[in-house]
Write a protein that binds this ligand. Structure first.
Ligand SMILES: Cc1cc2nc3c(=O)[nH]c(=O)nc-3n(C[C@H](O)[C@H](O)[C@H](O)COP(=O)(O)OP(=O)(O)OC[C@H]3O[C@@H](n4cnc5c(N)ncnc54)[C@H](O)[C@@H]3O)c2cc1C
Length: 430
């Protein structure tokens, strides 16, 4: 069976590996010039030794699917873990959040509320196994009820508001549970970055017989009852027996005109947010030693500042100190169209508040990356809205970030859904 995979992100590459192992012929078409999708990197200077993620990335120790895959392709020695500082900005300074004791020491609320909050987190992390009852309630109402009003306004509300803006109160509790469940304080990285892992995966699948086309944005997928035909702007038409699409729902809708109306109505219900991340190459560090700073919104114009070079040595970036400033926003938000310089202007005061010595002259270069489909939103009873991987159209399969629920999107879950998609295709086409 010849299977066409649309997208060489972590989902598509994982599925390709499994489909090849099952004896299928695999062709991947990727719109971008390189693999990796949302986890892909760029080089801000010829002198950078490693590419840098367009959107800040790290792994957790709990990311078992990605860790196994790295082992399966024989690259475990490239994975390493560190314990960089994660902090919360509150009342003009940072507070450490990277151990249970530090969280309990946060003076955000009275001690008794901190203890209650600590028990609630321990309950979610170590006791709750079945997330389904949790999805019936919003994260806001569950946390208010179980953790208390002070813990909600001090800890949970800023997290939800920061990430989901006006949709914060609609997100269900299973999503919040997954955040506490599948995270560790130690963070991991791949030598050469997440781009290097995607490159290693491409080498692996090509070595096993896959064909991978880059710079090949597909524009249409049609089925004539026997074979699928994929069109692209270069006029070349590719055919295959089955198709696995790994993009967001909007691209799926544009590619396949023959989706039934009821299925389309289901796709319309899937909500998501875009992301805008500005990356600065600074001549000196912004903070003394903080990797991840949660910024309270609307006090700050971004959800997080991530000083990557307090996690990964600046020597890999020719001594540049890398600072990301990022936010999740609706696709019609001004951040999705503002120019690079307008965004720098909007963010400068925030950088000066974090370090009053900061000056514009510290910026050696800056880049802005945006993505329309970056963060799925999970409202109450969301599991009933997730479409199956096998679509109602003959020979068409779809696996995406919208499928990894209740887990929050992430490279580990892209790998997991890639395995699942391949298993569905293999079982279906024996
Ligand atoms: C700001 C931000 C921070 C993140 N931080 C982390 C983190 O710290 N750790 C972590 O594990 N995860 C993180 N993630 C999430 C992670 O990057 C994603 O969950 C994962 O990469 C999704 O992989 P995917 O293959 O499912 O989708 P994608 O990576 O989106 O892959 C889909 C691919 O399809 C291609 N494509 C689209 N349209 C077409 C077309 N018409 N024809 C051909 N190809 C097409 C795209 O170019 C892309 O390569 C972050 C994401 C964002 C936005």
């Amino acid at each position: 069976m010849h299977i066409l995979i649309v997208g060489a992100g972590y989902t598509g590459l994982t599925a390709a590996k499994d489909l090849l192992a099952a004896g299928h012929k695999v062709t991947i078409c990727e719109a971008a010039p390189a693999p990796g999708g949302l986890a892909s990197g760029f080089r801000g200077s010829d002198r950078w030794e490693w590419p840098l993620e367009r959107f800040y990335h790290h792994l957790f120790e709990t990311d078992s699917d990605l860790r196994s895959l790295i082992g399966d392709i024989g690259q475990s020695d490239k994975l390493f873990f560190e314990a960089p500082r994660t902090v919360q900005w509150w009342r003009g300074r940072t507070w450490q959040l990277d151990s249970p004791v530090k969280v309990l020491q946060l003076p955000l609320m009275p001690f008794i509320d901190r203890v209650r909050f600590g028990f609630a987190i321990a309950y979610l992390k170590y006791i709750v196994r079945d997330w389904r009852p949790l999805e019936r309630e919003t994260a806001a109402s569950w946390s208010r009820r179980v953790m208390g009003e002070k813990a909600y306004t001090g800890m949970i509300e800023p997290l939800l508001r920061g990430k989901f803006g006006s949709l914060a109160e609609t997100v269900n509790m299973a999503w919040l549970w997954s955040r506490f469940k599948a995270r560790s304080f130690k963070l991991g990285y791949y030598r050469g970055g997440f781009q290097a892992f995607a490159d290693d995966m491409v080498k692996y699948v090509v070595n096993k017989g896959a064909t991978v086309h880059f710079n090949r944005p597909l524009t249409g997928l049609t089925y004539d009852g026997q074979a699928w035909f994929a069109t692209s702007p270069n006029g070349e038409i590719l055919n295959a027996d089955r198709v696995l699409v790994t993009t967001g729902p909007d691209v799926l809708k544009r590619l396949v005109m023959s989706l039934p109306a009821t299925y389309l109505a289901g796709l319309e219900k899937l909500q998501s947010l875009g992301a805008m991340v500005m990356t600065l190459a600074l001549r000196q560090p912004l903070t003394e030693n903080d990797y991840w700073i949660n910024m309270p919104k609307p006090e700050f114009p971004m959800l997080a500042m991530v000083e990557h070079t307090h996690f990964i040595d600046a020597k890999h970036y020719d001594g540049d100190h890398i600072l990301y400033c990022g936010d999740y926003v609706p696709v019609d938000h001004p951040y999705m169209t503002m120019s690079r310089n307008e965004i720098i202007e909007a963010f400068l005061p925030a950088l000066q508040r974090v370090n009053p010595a900061f000056e514009r002259s510290w910026i050696r270069d800056a880049w802005v990356h945006r993505e329309r489909y970056a963060q799925p939103v999970a409202p109450v009873n969301h599991s009933g809205s997730i479409p199956p991987i096998k679509t109602p159209v003959d020979g068409l399969y779809w696996a995406s970030m919208s499928h990894v629920y209740p887990w929050d999107r992430g490279t580990n879950f892209a790998v997991e859904i890639g395995h699942r998609a391949a298993a569905v295709l293999i079982a279906d086409n024996k």
